[in-house]
Design a protein around this ligand. Structure first.
Ligand code: F6R
Length: 647
């Protein structure tokens, strides 16, 4: 074991979630450090690696690093580059072995892990070229076995990996060791799981272009490393992470085998920690700080667990299910049930903009002003109707001045065949009206021959296709054209799945719109589970814009409500405004989603869910209503849910 972990960098690690006072029991079979944000966690990991490199240098030794690709380690590489450039740490004594590579793939293809590693790390540091090892995806099939054996042998000959960094896939894979991989597996060719291929379809511009196989180090190869550091950032990793650390080791989730490693550490952010028992159900592991939010979470959990409406829960129910500590905080189950029931009842409103001329103490929104200015921010051009189409229409009907702001052009999510349809339409139209055909033919050529990144003109056409659809849907919801705003935030405009960092230009555009409208209400996507990350970036840009506007006199009157996108819903106890929809309203919402024709059937980036957006959205809204019903509330057809974000 190398000494690095003794020289642990200082970092803002959260030892307990907010609700937990002390922990007496653990469900976790590996040590985990939880960070507020992935950036802090990544900096911490980079410091561990840099410290280890320094240690080895002092002894005149080389260090063997096992490296990963994907979104998880990008910030670690960024920090290592910074340390190299600003702290002048040389990486001349570093030898690297990458975990995996797609097969077959050419090293210079932009989706290859060769390309990735050079772009995000190797091109910016001084690791000698001959010290870099990445499995090759371009060797003949007959040579693969020998090649893998030699890759494995080379690691062993050099004394084994000192540190292996890992991400975790949604299948629970480490490297590309998909479910079914044994703990003794070595470097080999493997067939990729369908979920993994779907996750990769964004980079490859469509599932059909994703290779079916990959060469990967084995589980055993990874376990042989002297130290293993796994990182998981974001809510979309929360479920698999819980299983990886709380389930027993099994090849169903290869990451569980890491529990057997003597020097393993998991680094995660708060969002990825959400499903851990100590975070989700803290009363199961220790003593809690029982505020009203936690009481509500516990009562809702118990009600679902026992399949009983809240008002029917008894003292025994609480006592027999590990919640006796909670009962000590309140007089009895009856008092607690009433308190929680009322709290949830008050979240339900048919007046998302506030009900005029009534007492509003227990309503989610203020009654005044009776007509509010509202901005609905929609990261992609269809998130508004998918996530809150019913509420959108209600706000318009109830006389509020509603604006919708489409934050990005959404252009990468348009199929080539849709672009062709529009080009051909224009082409035929122009040739019938004596226009020029030349330009369009060039764009067509471009489109049919482009590898992955769209030309500016193709991007423009794709963006226009989505604009047209968004306009139709917003008009269908009752909006006048002057209230439809296309922001085309620059961070998104790369023509490929990898976006630029957001910048002051994005914030300035957002600020200008908010300042012009001076809204009383803002609705925005607070969907941190979006696998594309665009929702997260859009939210951060908007929050920064609001922060810069905080001196404005009208800003105190501006309430921010967040909705979840197509990927996930809030837990019932988290909802602060629940807007019920009638069967007719739900149908109308479906029609609004249908306006987004280019996203129908199968959008280019479907994620892990085969259902279309209208189906996901409808099922989710119906499910929320069913859950309220189970807790003992009135039966509604569907419910859209929001949470207030205090900024
Ligand atoms: C990458 C690798 C994979 C990824 C995993 C998570 O070399 O082997 O196991 O670490 O798929 O990917 P991201 O980080 O993109 O979520």
């Amino acid at each position: 074991m190398i000494q690095t972990l003794q020289i642990k960098p200082q970092g803002p690690i959260l030892s307990y979630p907010d609700e937990l006072i002390f922990q007496i029991k653990s469900f976790e079979n590996v040590p985990i450090d939880i960070f507020q944000h992935s950036k802090e966690g990544s900096t911490y990991i980079a410091k561990i690696i840099a410290n280890a490199i320094r240690e080895k240098q002092k002894n005149g030794e080389q260090i063997i690093l096992g490296l990963a690709t994907g979104s998880s380690p990008v910030m670690v590489y960024k920090e290592l580059i910074r340390i190299h450039k600003e702290e002048h740490l040389s990486y001349e004594n570093v030898i690297t072995f990458n975990l995996d590579e797609y097969y077959p793939i050419e090293p210079d293809q932009i989706q290859s892990y060769h390309h990735f590693m050079h772009k995000y790390f190797f091109d910016h540091v001084n690791i000698p070229k001959e010290n870099i090892h990445i499995p090759r995806g371009d060797i003949n099939l007959e040579e693969v076995n020998d090649y893998c054996r030699e890759y494995e042998n080379k690691i062993e000959r050099l004394g084994g990996l000192d540190i292996q960094i890992l991400g975790i896939g949604r299948t629970g894979h480490i490297g590309f060791n998909e479910p079914g991989s044994g703990s003794n597996s070595k470097t080999r060719l493997i067939r990729l799981d369908n979920i993994t291929r779907r996750d990769a379809s964004r980079e490859f511009n469509g599932l059909e272009h994703v290779p079916y196989k990959a060469i990967t180090m084995g589980v055993k190869t990874i376990l042989n490393a002297k130290m293993v550091l796994l990182m998981a950032w974001g809510q979309h990793k929360a479920s698999i992470l819980k299983e990886a650390v709380e389930n027993q080791p099994s090849s169903d989730i290869p990451a569980t085998f890491l529990q057997e490693h003597p020097n393993i550490r998991f680094f995660i952010d708060k969002a990825a920690a959400q499903q851990l028992t100590r975070v989700k159900l803290p009363w199961k592991v220790g003593s809690c700080n029982w505020d009203e939010d936690l009481m509500c979470r516990a009562a809702v959990w118990l009600s679902f667990k026992l399949n009983k409406p809240i008002l029917k829960l008894t003292d025994e129910d609480y006592n027999e299910n590990g919640l006796s500590e909670l009962l000590l905080e309140v007089s009895n189950a009856y008092q607690l049930n009433i308190k929680i029931f009322n709290r949830l009842q008050h979240t339900i409103t048919g007046w998302p903009g506030g009900k005029p001329n009534v007492e509003d103490k227990y309503r989610p929104e203020r009654a005044d002003p009776s007509s509010k200015r509202v901005i609905i921010f929609s990261p992609h051009p269809d998130d508004d109707v998918i996530s809150m189409g019913g509420t959108f229409m209600r706000l318009v009907e109830q006389g509020h001045e509603v604006h919708v702001a489409y934050q990005t052009s959404g252009n990468i999510a348009v199929h080539k065949h849709d672009v062709l349809r529009f080009i051909e339409f224009l082409d035929e139209f122009q040739s019938n009206t004596n226009g020029s055909r030349k330009d369009l033919n060039e764009i067509k050529e471009d489109l049919l021959n482009s590898g992955g990144i769209d030309s500016d003109q193709v991007k423009l056409i794709k963006g226009l296709i989505r604009r047209g659809e968004a306009r139709s849907a917003a008009r269908f919801c009752g909006l006048p054209d002057k209230n439809i705003h296309f922001m085309d935030l620059p961070f998104y405009e790369t023509g490929s799945i990898i976006k630029k960092e957001s910048s002051s230009a994005d914030i300035a555009i957002t600020k200008e719109l908010i300042e012009r409208i001076q809204p009383h209400q803002i609705f925005a996507a607070g969907d941190l589970a979006d696998p594309h990350g665009t929702h997260r970036v859009c939210l951060n840009i908007m929050l920064e814009a609001l922060r810069e506007l905080k001196q404005e006199p009208w800003i105190d009157d501006c309430w921010l409500w967040v909705y979840r996108g197509a990927w996930q819903e809030f837990g019932i106890d988290e909802i602060e405004m629940a807007v019920p929809l009638s069967p007719e309203e739900l149908l109308k919402k479906r029609k609004a989603i249908f306006m987004h024709q280019s996203q129908k059937d199968s959008p280019p980036f479907p994620g892990s869910d085969d259902r279309e957006f209208w189906q996901r959205s409808e099922e989710r809204n119906k499910n929320t209503a069913a859950l309220y019903r189970k807790l003992g509330f009135a039966e509604y057809e569907a419910i859209e849910a929001f949470r207030r974000w205090k900024f």
